[in-house]
Design a protein around this ligand. Structure first.
Ligand SMILES: Nc1ncnc2c1ncn2[C@@H]1O[C@H](COP(=O)(O)OP(=O)(O)OP(=O)(O)O)[C@@H](O)[C@H]1O
Ligand SMILES: [Mg+2]
Length: 177
């Protein structure tokens, strides 16, 4: 767990977003959560992770499979994929992500610099999850309109079909600390 968000908890999440999360992990729509800087999006993502993750364990009735949720910061993820690609570590350096079928939160979506490589990698990632109907949540500073301008209509259209859209209102919590 990341130090900054180690105290983030399920109760910090507003009820409509708790419900949206339960819907998503039960096989329903994903979540596109957007809002301005410091409104608490990443905090919510880590609170969801803490609520959802559980380890594999022996139980009196047998064995319970663990489950987990991955959070990736988009800027970091694009750097990692790009540097794997440059070092030709793999034929397809984003396989690591496209092979993942669990619950995925992409944090800071739309904040990455949209080079051709980035736009194409994001499209591959989104289309992969779109086709398989995999549970995906996005957090972003961008409205869907701004996202379409940055990443194109094809990626944005898929996200619109995959997700229910939520706006996180409020001021910058960092300035209130
Ligand atoms: N519900 C909450 N209760 C307590 N602290 C919170 C809550 N939500 C957010 N915070 C704190 O406010 C600060 C800013 O939140 P966070 O980093 O999640 O914002 P953000 O929306 O992800 O911002 P950005 O768009 O810049 O990424 C963090 O220190 C976070 O832990
Ligand atoms: Mg954030």
């Amino acid at each position: 767990m990341i130090e900054r968000y180690k105290n983030a908890k399920w109760e910090d999440i507003q009820p409509n977003l708790q419900k949206a999360f339960e819907t998503m992990v039960a096989g329903g729509k994903g979540i596109y959560l957007y809002g301005s800087v410091g409104t608490g999006k990443t905090h919510i993502a880590y609170a969801m992770k803490k609520h959802y993750d559980w380890p594999s364990e022996e139980t009196p009735s047998g064995y319970r499979m663990g489950r987990n949720l991955q959070i990736h910061n988009m800027i970091d993820l694009m750097h990692e994929i790009r540097s794997d690609f440059d070092r030709t570590i793999k034929e397809n350096p984003d396989d690591r992500i496209t092979e993942y079928t669990g619950v995925l939160i992409l944090d800071d979506f739309g904040a990455e610099k949209a080079t051709d490589f980035v736009a194409e990698t994001i499209y591959r990632l989104i289309n992969h999850r779109y086709e398989r109907m995999l549970p995906t949540m996005f957090t972003s500073n961008c409205t869907l309109q701004e996202l379409a301008e940055k990443l194109g209509e094809r990626t944005t259209s898929r996200i619109v079909e995959m997700c229910d859209v939520y706006n996180l209102a409020g001021g910058d919590r960092r300035l209130q600390k």
